[in-house]
Design a protein around this ligand. Structure first.
Ligand code: NAI
Ligand code: MG
Length: 493
């Protein structure tokens, strides 16, 4: 990829070589082919079609999964409706809670298997899937199990009731975690579910079906259908779905909003972002550098709330850039299953092309490109951790979501200018602030138009803490008591 650099050779840092430490892959038992999970069992798709899912780190086909067409979507929605009417909506909250607790515990017991599969199918480093994705997914089930029998206290005297059948569509960047964010609150509130994972990362959702079976979740309460955008659109359009929850691109989010306009369907959208990570001159710079690295590189930048715009106060710009350039040379890019790996594979060829395209535009528009010089594996989809400097808000790379390990660096002089730049975006999902002054942080954060703001840290999540955006980053919240609101109707509604 882009080879133009600025003073790269002057920034050489010593990188320790570690012996490979790959996590054993054998713990995952893959089937050659997966059907659709409808009414508690795997069934062949009525469409008769299947498609492959790859390991993006070596382009190996891992398995074939069923492609759900219109009849399949209908079958899944009917199963969810039946389970809702006959079983799930009649169960008291404390009984629903038992199932959620069981699911959480089984997921915890099988966490290594899930972590390995998540890394195999999606390309993210095992350190991320093992330490972040899987524990948080199980934490979401635990958290919502706790709510299932306490819902009547959640809404200040207003009695909640479930909505019915929820259609849920999730992306490929946090496949199991997004599944947990969607399914746990839906079930806790008494709804049943038809969920469609992303086409490049369906395998942990399919493994989760085994967990639902192990937990003896009544058939039809959760149905998992695999397919592409067309399958997702069919689910959105299905007349017997009461609620749609979507996480993914703003472009598709807008289409979904149009499709449900004028129907009774409730909608929550969690879309893209272009977060500002803002570093003031009084910040602990070394700590901030680690946070910046974590915010944009550790998940290949495949994070909707990634700190993809770095705003540096002008007085500390030279030192921040120097430290950043040094630090990115130390990143370990490669085998996602290796426990030492910091940056894994790009999720798909399509996404790799998109990132390359944006960095090319960055160069054409006059940005300077600085990249990690590490060796990349010969097979698979890879992109070097990249810093773009000499960028202003007029540059495409400062405005559009790249969704890759690419950081655009801008500068500011005063806090007011930082607010103006940070808010100068069509998105508003998240932001980061690095400062040693608590008063500055509090005053500053209240001016930022972003759903989540981290101070002196980045990408920290907790099931009790609501997550969601402003503006074109979507609406509705996931997590916390706010997240429950999206899955209930209150008395009088
Ligand atoms: P996407 O938004 O197309 O896909 C997300 C999910 O929506 C997938 O399950 C997909 O099958 C489904 N889908 C696609 N078209 C649909 C439709 N018309 N109706 C219903 N469901 C539909 O995202 P994609 O194409 O994988 O990535 C494109 C860009 O979106 C990325 O480059 C990135 O910038 C952004 N993105 C943002 C995410 C976020 O969490 N904010 C997650 C994934 C991608
Ligand atoms: Mg895959």
């Amino acid at each position: 990829m882009a080879s133009r650099t600025n003073g790269q050779s002057a920034q050489k840092a010593v990188r320790w070589e570690y012996a490979p430490a790959p996590e054993a892959r054998q713990i995952v038992k893959l089937q050659p082919r997966y059907g659709l999970f409808i009414n508690g069992e795997f069934v062949e798709p009525l469409s008769g079609q299947y498609f492959p899912t790859l390991n993006p780190a070596n382009e190996e086909v891992l398995a074939e999964v069923a492609y759900a067409g219109a009849e399949d979507v209908d079958r899944a929605v009917r199963a969810a409706r039946r389970a809702y009417e006959e079983v799930w909506s009649k169960l008291p909250g404390k009984e629903r809670a038992k199932y959620l607790f069981r699911i959480a515990r089984i997921l915890q017991e099988r966490s290594r298997e899930f972590a390995v599969l998540e890394s195999l199918d999606g390309g993210k480093p095992i350190r991320e899937s093992r330490d972040v994705d899987i524990p948080l997914a199980s934490a979401h089930f635990f958290y919502h199990a706790g709510w299932a029998d306490k819902l009547e206290y959640a809404f200040a005297g207003r009695k909640p009731r479930p909505l019915g059948v929820a259609g849920q569509i999730i992306p490929w960047n946090f496949p199991l975690l997004m599944l947990a964010w969607k399914i746990a609150p839906a079930l806790a509130c008494g709804n049943t579910v038809v969920l469609k994972p992303a086409e490049t990362t369906p395998l942990t959702a399919l493994l989760m079906c085994e967990v639902f079976q192990q937990a003896e979740l009544p058939p039809g309460v959760v149905n998992i259908i695999t397919g592409d955008g067309q399958t997702g659109a069919l689910l959105v359009q299905h007349p017997d779905v009461d609620k749609i929850a979507f996480t993914g691109s703003t472009e598709v989010g807008k289409k979904i909003q149009k499709a449900v306009a004028g129907t009774r369907k409730k909608l929550t959208l969690e879309l893209g972002g272009k977060a500002a990570n803002i570093i003031f001159e009084d910040a602990d710079i070394d700590q901030a550098i680690e946070g910046i690295i974590n915010g944009i590189y550790f998940n290949q930048g495949h994070v909707c709330c990634a700190g993809s715009r770095l705003l540096v106060q002008e007085s500390i710009y030279p030192i921040v850039i120097r430290k950043l350039q040094r630090r990115i040379q130390l990143l370990r890019v490669g085998d996602p299953l290796d426990k030492n790996t910091d940056v894994g594979a790009i999720n798909s060829l399509m996404q790799l092309r998109k990132i390359e395209h944006y960095v090319r535009i960055g160069l054409e528009e006059g940005a300077q490109v600085f990249q990690c010089e590490c060796e990349l594996p010969s097979k698979g989809y890879w992109f070097r951790p990249t810093v773009l400097t000499g960028v202003s808000m007029a540059h495409t790379v400062a405005r559009e979501e790249i969704f890759g390990p690419v950081l655009a660096v801008l500068t500011f002089r005063t806090p007011d200018e930082a607010v103006e730049i940070a808010n100068n975006t069509r998105y508003g999902l998240s932001a980061g602030v690095w400062t040693s002054k608590g008063s500055r942080y509090l005053a500053f954060a209240s001016k930022l138009k972003a759903g989540v703001i981290w101070c002196n840290t980045y990408n920290k999540f907790d099931p009790a803490s609501p997550f969601g955006g402003y503006k074109e980053s979507g609406f509705g919240r996931e997590g916390g008591v706010h997240g429950l609101r999206a899955y209930v109707a209150l008395e009088g509604e």
